[in-house]
Ligand binder design. Structure first.
Ligand code: ADP
Length: 398
């Protein structure tokens, strides 16, 4: 029986499971959605229909239901040999992936104040798999860990220093697993080693962030204390003037209302008044819907500004890389963004940009571009699976 690795990704109201074989090929994936709500359900890829979950089912129940279904369908005949969990916030405690033990669980719990929507559900997923698969080595892979190399000048806010000392108020950065994968993949595609490769990595999905990677190490990133800072996102505002909070308080808004609006009703959705989905926005804009074109314009301009800002952290640049659902699939967003960066010498080949999927090296820049520009599909699950099997391999057999 071949060894398998189970990857568990608990979002605020969803659970994604993926099973990899020992060659790191994905064998199976499943998703549970609307957790905590009355109409929670699960679905296994390649299987007909959905599996209803009890009203209000949480991550632990969804995990138990899916693992039971895997076993009943003969899709999981033995326990995995390793389990990897995506954990959103590792604070300043975790600089790399770690094997989970009692101390690690306590430390993840102590970071929950920094990610109240995520760390508690990540813990719930870990506890459920510990109960389902006792004795299987489990690894936590943190979204923040890759950015723990940020220099002080990049991670400190210009705020009273005691806020950092006493409460940990600083820039942490997220999407670290994806940005680390971009650093490694870019080096591979350019025929270099990660330790000598400098990259600006733009991860553009529902959440968006950009990172400057100098010689393989994260040195600046756009997300901050929380994943709200930085680029325009699907429903998140990204950067706003902190003076906004006083202004809105004068209008009678409570802090939790502002928090909700900035996280769930802003970004592409807020600007367009229609949708947070970039593909739909492009279609709407093509049909003359002006607010959708405005949302796209603000998105691309903010992104271009951040690409410029990331240059301040680098002494040379090997490539600018696009990834995530938007970065990988939207030639239009890549073109509109790069169009703002002519002064810096970035230039795309329209042909390569429009047909990059047909070329295996990911390159989309024109021959005159000062820097290579690449499109690389991200694969966070694969990174988590690799880390989980690497660390499980370091555990002495019982
Ligand atoms: P998540 O952050 O939830 O993993 P994804 O990385 O899957 O999200 O990215 C989702 C985003 O990618 C959506 O806004 C979607 O519309 C966008 N997207 C996917 N394909 C295209 C496309 N062909 N053109 C424009 N946007 C696209």
């Amino acid at each position: 029986m071949e060894d398998t690795v189970l990857v568990v990704n608990c979002g605020s109201s969803s659970l994604k499971l993926a099973l990899f074989n020992n060659q790191h090929r994905k064998l199976l994936s499943a998703l549970a959605e609307r957790l905590g709500q009355n109409d929670a359900f699960a679905h296994i890829d390649g299987q007909e229909g959905t599996i209803p979950l009890d009203a209000g089912a949480g991550h632990d129940q969804a995990l138990d239901t899916l693992v039971t279904a895997f076993r009943d369908l003969g899709l999981m005949t033995t326990a995995p040999s390793a389990i990897g969990h995506r954990v959103v916030h590792g604070g300043e405690t975790f600089h790399e992936a770690v094997l989970i033990d009692g101390d690690v669980l306590k430390a993840i719990e102590s970071c929950a104040g920094l990610a109240p929507l995520h760390n508690p559900v990540n813990l719930s997923g870990i506890r459920a798999t510990l109960a389902q698969f006792p004795g299987v080595p489990q690894t936590a892979v943190f979204d923040t860990a890759f950015h723990q190399t940020l220099p002080r000048r990049a991670f400190l806010y210009a705020l009273p220093e005691a806020w950092y000392r006493d409460w940990g108020v600083r820039r942490y950065g997220f999407h670290g697993t994806s940005h680390a994968f971009m650093a490694a993949e870019t080096a591979r595609l350019l025929g270099k080693t990660p330790a000598t490769t400098s990259v600006i990595s733009a991860h553009l999905g529902n959440g968006c962030s950009i990172t400057a990677i100098r010689d393989g190490i994260s040195v600046d990133t756009s997300m901050g204390l929380t994943p709200l800072e930085g680029l325009v996102m699907g429903t998140r505002s990204g950067d706003v003037d902190p003076g906004l909070f006083d202004f809105l308080s004068g209008k009678g808004f409570a802090a939790d209302e502002v928090h909700r609006i900035l996280n769930q009703e802003s970004g592409l959705l807020g600007l367009s008044g229609q949708t947070n989905d970039m593909r739909s926005l492009c279609e709407l804009a093509d049909h003359g819907h002006e607010p959708s074109q405005t949302a796209i314009d603000v998105f691309c301009f903010r992104l271009a500004r951040y690409i410029g800002a990331m240059m301040a952290s680098l002494s040379h640049l090997d490539a600018l890389v696009f990834t995530g659902g938007i970065g990988e699939n939207s030639a239009r967003i890549r073109a509109e963004t790069i169009n703002h960066l002519k002064l810096m010498g970035f230039e795309l080949s329209p042909d390569l940009n429009n047909h990059h999927g047909e070329f295996s090296d990911g390159r989309i820049e024109s021959p005159d571009s000062r820097f290579p520009v690449l499109v690389i599909p991200t694969n966070e699950e694969l990174v988590i699976a690799r880390e989980a099997s690497r660390l499980a391999g370091s555990v002495a057999p019982a």
